[in-house]
Design a binder for this molecule. Structure first.
Ligand code: BDR
Ligand code: CA
Length: 313
């Protein structure tokens, strides 16, 4: 869907350096009907305030609703060592003018999707809000176009060798979402590690000499330094925008229908998304697992978003 109507989305996020780049990307390539925040990379006060800062920078009209302040059962787990103390690296965005539209992200998700069918839910943080919404009203999964999430991975983790951050931070929520019957798309680390961005892309953004370019440059530089998958290379995986672009530009990705379960026990594997790769076994498939991406094009679309989002209109 590169021309014509843009997909309607609710972006459920925990900004987060790459979440902030995902917000910029979503502004250009989707119609954002709402942003919900969740505890994740940093506590929810910060993820909400960071979403509000991005709303101000980009002049986003959609409402922002803050959500869960902690996982369903486990203790809060954050990643400020990767995203900076308050979550947006070393950006210097002004404090937001106001507060979130409400602190009821779950209520907003349920209400908005009743008002309008066919919205894509794009969770790019821990799945707490989404799980609580499904728990409150299981029919939610039938009226959304998809739940397209960044999280998990086929055979790779980052918090541990088995578990990716968004799933590890709230495995019980992820388990509920993966068993919900939703049209589920998983963009995990095996995919997002193919989309690497850092200082070279930051320089492109700085050269635009715009407020959005300056913030994106700071975010991309920070991402390269702290999120690096290759030590010292100043380049790191740009996870969250991949989920946005999988909805707006599905042709750039290759996925396979798989059976995926979330490991809740396991002394070494809690939070793992266990993907059944056995083509010859007839298991019930609950998820599209994403494997391949046109990385060059995805990076081009992210940079195009940075240069083309127009806060004035
Ligand atoms: C995911 O975890 C967070 O730190 C990032 O924002 C991304 O959503 C990558 O594992
Ligand atoms: Ca995130």
């Amino acid at each position: 869907m590169t021309t014509g109507s843009k997909p309607k989305i609710i972006l459920d996020c925990d900004p987060g350096v790459d979440d902030a780049i995902a917000i910029i990307t979503a502004c250009r390539w989707t119609e954002i009907v709402g942003i919900t925040s969740v505890s994740g990379n940093v506590p929810v006060e910060h993820t909400t305030s960071n979403a509000l800062k991005m709303k101000k920078l980009l002049n986003i009209e959609a409402p922002i609703h803050s959500g869960a302040s902690r996982p369903i059962t486990s203790e809060p787990f954050h990643a400020s060592h990767v995203h900076g103390q308050t979550g947006l690296g070393n950006t210097d965005l002004p404090e937001p003018d106001g507060l979130a539209d409400s602190d009821d992200a779950v209520g907003f998700i349920l209400e908005k999707t009743r008002e309008e069918e066919g919205i894509h839910l794009i969770p790019i943080g821990p799945l707490t809000n989404i799980a609580l919404a499904i728990k409150a009203d299981p029919s939610l999964v039938n009226r959304v176009a998809s739940i397209t999430l960044m999280g998990g991975g086929a055979g790779i983790g980052n918090v541990t060798s088995a578990a990716e951050f968004n799933i590890f931070a709230d495995p019980e929520a992820a388990d509920l979402v993966f068993r919900s019957g939703a049209q589920l798309n998983m963009l995990g680390l095996n995919l997002t590690h193919q989309v690497l961005m850092g200082s070279v892309h930051a320089d492109y953004c700085y050269a635009l000499d715009t407020p959005v370019g300056k913030t994106a440059g700071d975010l991309l530089n920070f991402n390269g330094r702290t999120h690096g998958t290759e030590k010292g290379a100043n380049v790191g995986a740009m996870h969250d925008p991949c989920a946005v672009l999988a909805v707006s530009h599905p042709d750039l990705f290759i996925s396979k229908h798989r059976s995926v379960v979330v490991e809740l026990e396991g002394s070494h594997t809690r939070g793992q998304t266990l993907v059944d790769e056995r083509e010859w076994v007839d298991t019930e498939k609950n998820c599209n697992v994403y494997y391949e991406v046109d990385s060059e094009k995805v990076i081009e679309l992210i940079l195009q978003a940075v240069s083309e989002v127009d806060p004035s209109g």
